[in-house]
Design a protein around this ligand. Sequence first.
Ligand code: FMN
Length: 379
Amino acid sequence: VRPIFSVDEARLRARRRLPRMVFDFVDGAAEDEVTMQANRGAFASIALRPRRLVDVSERDQSTTVLGTPIAMPVLLAPTGLSRLVSRHGEPAVARAAGANGTVYTLSTMASASLEEVAAAATGPLWFQLYPWNDEQLVKALVRRAQDLGYGALVVAVDTPLVGKRERDARNGFTIPPRFGPRTAVDIIRHPRWLRDGLAARSIGFANLGAAANTSVVSAAKFVNENLVNPSADIRYLDELRRLWRGPLVVKGLMTGEDARRAVDAGADAVVVSNHGGRQLDGEPATVTVLSEVISAVGREAEVYIDGGIRRGTDVLKCIALGARACFVGRPYLYGLAAGGEQGVGEILRILHAEIDAGLALLGRPRLSDVGIDAVRLPA
Ligand SMILES: Cc1cc2nc3c(=O)[nH]c(=O)nc-3n(C[C@H](O)[C@H](O)[C@H](O)COP(=O)(O)O)c2cc1C
């Protein structure tokens, strides 16, 4: 097998390997996908300010997140239903994260259970929770995560309803994926994905109980009709703070004010995120609001970011602007589609190598040397 040499290369492989509807579920975003494109575009408009004639013979990109040591400043973001892209699914992602010294955040919407992933993992795990409407379910999830040793609870607050993902609607994408008038040809044209056992296996939300997996439905419609909790406000976060005994991370913030409210409610860290552009199209690129969030809470809480990170230099730009670490979502799913656990590992090794080279070429051998003077912002 030819080695993968970049995240974009893995994306092209995933596109060949997966039925269109599955690729689009991963690759797509809300409405006109303006926000998703903005996430990428903003990195292109931030330039680096290299320092020459510095000894960069020894470099170190290791850091800590909420006290947990990690080998690189890149964590794996929560993504639902990873078994769609490879039958190895979430356990394979957890193993690859552990092998490469970083954290994997399991999603509420995962296609493997908290227990299964905890048993497979070889490194630190965090659990992402949606503040869904079923109080018993939420309490049980928090308890399970606590008992299984998940190191932080990541509450995603950007989903009072699921964004309008038009590629999914156009493709007739359902959970589980089924042969239908719009999908049969697509599936048959990807025999490798079929052979992988995917069509046979019933893919569903492994942590949400039988009720969530009874019928073939559009995922967005199902979640909007059965799970979301549009009335959740800051009091919900207060309750979770009382319920969960470990570090609390609030994911999906895009303003300084909201970061302030989250930290006042007891968050130990926040994730600047627009959900990879999959929720409200029209939000700005995450990296353009990073400084605002750092100014609001950076002294008291760790600030992470995700959205459009595809290169080691994107990570270094975020670090320069004050982020503690970055998350990636689609990149590791492309890797998972292209090569299972090994593919996810490849993606992490590519990013590690790019960050390492970036530190050398920037003339800043340690992550802690990468400050605001390492970037030139657009005028
Ligand atoms: C296929 C897919 C599923 C996702 N599912 C979830 C989820 O269940 N919970 C969540 O908090 N975020 C979810 N996200 C958002 C990611 O956690 C992350 O914010 C986003 O992917 C970052 O952007 P990037 O893909 O450009 O790296 C999902 C993203 C993708 C691509």
